[in-house]
Design a protein around this ligand. Structure first.
Ligand SMILES: Cc1cc2nc3c(=O)[nH]c(=O)nc-3n(C[C@H](O)[C@H](O)[C@H](O)COP(=O)(O)OP(=O)(O)OC[C@H]3O[C@@H](n4cnc5c(N)ncnc54)[C@H](O)[C@@H]3O)c2cc1C
Length: 277
C-alpha cells in the first residue's frame, strides 16, 4: 500500500470510513480500506470497437480452425494469405499451434445482477478484498459495476478446469454469491440479469509467464507469438501489442530471433528509440 501511495495513483485514499460509506457489513470484520481511481474496460463494447478499428485499417477477417503446429504450416499459410508475418494469439491453443505444453486454463465465473438502484443501493465503485484477507486466493470477493447498470459478482479461479459447465447452482458459484452477500448485505436483494445471468470463461495461463516471442524452432521463421496473458489479457494488451509490433519489425528486417529471456533489456528501451534498429 505504501508503494501505491508513493506512486501518485489518482484518487488514492486510505481510511476505515470507506467501509461504512460503501455499505460493507460491519460484521464482516474489515478493519482497514483504501480506494483509488482505475480504468474499467467494458469488454463487450471494447471488442466491437477493436473489430471496427482493425477493419477500418483494411483488415479482412477469415474464420478458420488451424489444427496443426504453425511451424509446419508457416510457408503454406503465408503463401495462401500473401502474408509477410504470422502473429499467433490463440491463447490456450498455443499447445497445438506453438507446441507449448505448459499452457493451461484457470476457469472463472461471474454472476451478472441488475445494478440500477431499485433492488439495492447502486454500487458505483469496484469492491474487492485481498486474497490474504479472503483466506483463499481462488475464492475471493470481487464486485465490479459495468457501464450499463450491471454489477458483476465474483470471483473464482479454478486451475486446470477445461469445461465451461458451471451454472448458478454449482456449489462454488453458490459459495461465491453467499460470500459476496456477507460482504455487501444489499446483494441479498439483487436480481440476476434475465438475459445474461452468468458468464464463465477460461483464463489462458502459461507455465512460466506470458509469451511474446518470435518462433525459435525454425531459422528465419516469421511467426510471432503472443499468448499466455492469463487473467490480465486486457491490462497487458497495450504493452504486448507494442512488443509484438517490435518483433514483427525485427522479423521483417531479417534480425535473427532471440529467446524472450534474452530480450529483457530491449523491453526497457523507450518506444521512440526502439524503432531505430
Ligand atoms: C474469468 C475471467 C476473468 C478475467 N479477468 C480479467 C481481468 O481482471 N483483467 C484483464 O485484463 N483481463 C481479464 N480477463 C481477460 C483475459 O485475460 C482474456 O480473456 C485472455 O487474456 C484472452 O486471451 P487471448 O486473447 O490470448 O485468448 P482467447 O480470448 O482465447 O483468444 C484466442 C483466439 O484464438 C482463436 N483460436 C484459438 N484456437 C484457434 C485455432 N486452432 N485456429 C484458429 N483460431 C484459433 C480463438 O477463436 C480466439 O479468437 C478475464 C478473463 C476471464 C475468462
Amino acid at each position: 500500500m505504501t508503494e501505491i501511495m508513493a506512486s501518485g495513483v489518482r484518487g488514492f485514499y486510505r481510511g476505515s470510513d470507506i467501509i461504512d460509506e460503501r455499505r460493507i457489513d460491519p460484521a464482516y470484520g474489515a478493519v482497514d480500506a483504501y480506494e483509488l481511481m482505475a480504468p474499467i474496460i467494458d469488454t463487450d463494447k471494447a471488442m466491437h470497437w477493436l473489430m471496427n478499428l482493425v477493419e477500418s485499417k483494411g483488415a479482412h477477417f477469415v474464420t478458420e480452425t488451424i489444427t496443426r503446429d504453425l511451424v509446419d504450416l508457416e510457408d503454406s499459410l503465408r503463401a495462401r494469405f500473401d502474408a509477410d508475418v504470422i502473429v499467433n494469439c490463440t491463447g490456450l491453443q498455443g499447445e497445438v499451434l506453438a507446441g507449448d505444453d505448459t499452457v493451461y486454463p484457470i476457469r472463472g465465473g461471474l454472476i451478472r445482477v441488475i445494478n440500477d438502484g431499485t433492488d439495492f443501493p447502486k454500487v458505483d465503485a469496484a469492491l474487492t478484498i485481498t486474497a490474504d484477507a479472503a483466506g483463499s486466493a481462488n475464492e475471493i470477493v470481487f464486485l465490479v459495476p459495468r457501464n450499463d447498470n450491471i454489477l458483476l459478482i465474483g470471483g473464482i479461479a479454478e486451475p486446470h478446469e477445461w469445461e465451461l459447465n458451471l451454472t448458478l447452482d454449482s456449489p462454488i458459484i453458490r459459495r461465491m454469491r453467499e460470500r459476496c452477500e456477507k460482504f455487501l448485505p444489499g446483494l441479498k436483494y439483487a436480481r440476476v440479469d434475465p438475459d445474461y445471468p452468468f458468464a464463465q470463461g477460461l483464463r489462458p495461463f502459461r507455465g512460466k509467464n506470458v509469451r511474446v516471442e518470435r518462433e525459435l524452432r525454425r531459422t528465419g521463421s516469421r511467426i510471432v507469438h503472443s499468448y499466455g496473458q492469463g487473467g490480465a489479457g486486457w491490462s497487458l494488451s497495450f504493452g504486448c501489442a507494442q512488443d509484438v509490433a517490435m518483433l514483427v519489425e525485427e522479423a521483417l528486417s531479417g534480425v535473427p530471433a532471440r529467446p524472450m529471456a534474452e530480450m529483457t533489456n530491449d523491453w526497457k528501451i523507450p518506444k521512440t528509440e526502439r524503432r531505430r534498429w
